[in-house]
Design a protein around this ligand. Structure first.
Ligand code: AMP
Length: 176
């Protein structure tokens, strides 16, 4: 049986860096957690435990989202779909512009990435203001896919990003 790791154990592996990349931002650095093979594995197992059966695609947002999303897709036997920052994808694509906690951004997805009526999960490392994931939801909805869940390693609850995602089940492994 797989035991689920408590949040406080995971939190010990998140390094908090003040004023990065801008003054006033407390950056949550996930790299110590990725170094810890047991805890990294436990995170993916937690996502697997949350996941409904028969997911067709896991969709993640560049770049740290790819670390968790691709591992989860592998664990679930699902396909993986990257959402990338503007200008990186080579083929025909859909695009959406949005505001970040620190700045502005554009994200894109290949126009043939997701089949209609497929069951998908969206995964990212951090839910901050929710602007990024809201843009991802917007892109995914264009395909007529069913979003079965939106998972984050970390949720910065004070920024209330969750309020942007009322239509879908949202789960975070760590909250601050
Ligand atoms: P947002 O669109 O505000 O929800 O921000 C989403 C993305 O920005 C996340 O996927 C993170 O990669 C990054 N991000 C925002 N705030 C932080 C933070 N305080 N620490 C680490 N990453 C952050």
């Amino acid at each position: 049986m797989i035991t689920l790791i408590p949040m406080k154990e995971l939190k010990k592996c998140i390094r908090s860096i003040p004023d990065f990349p801008k003054k006033g931002i407390l950056f949550r650095d996930i790299t110590p957690l990725l170094l810890d093979r047991k805890k990294f594995k436990k995170c993916i197992q937690r996502f697997v435990a949350l996941s409904p059966k028969k997911i067709d695609y896991v969709i993640s947002i560049e770049s740290r989202g790819f670390i968790f999303g691709s591992a989860l897709a592998y664990a679930l036997g699902a396909g993986f779909v990257p959402i990338r920052k503007g200008g990186k994808l080579p083929y025909r694509k859909f695009q959406v512009a949005y505001d970040l906690e620190y700045g502005k951004a554009v994200v894109e997805i290949h126009a043939d990435a997701i089949k209609k009526n497929s069951k998908v999960l969206i995964v990212d490392d951090v839910l901050a203001t929710g602007g990024t994931v809201k843009a991802a939801v917007h892109l995914v909805e264009k395909f007529g896919a069913k979003i079965a869940g939106i998972y984050f390693l970390i949720e910065l609850a004070g920024l209330q990003g969750r309020t942007q995602l009322k239509k879908h089940p949202v789960h975070s492994l760590i909250t601050y």
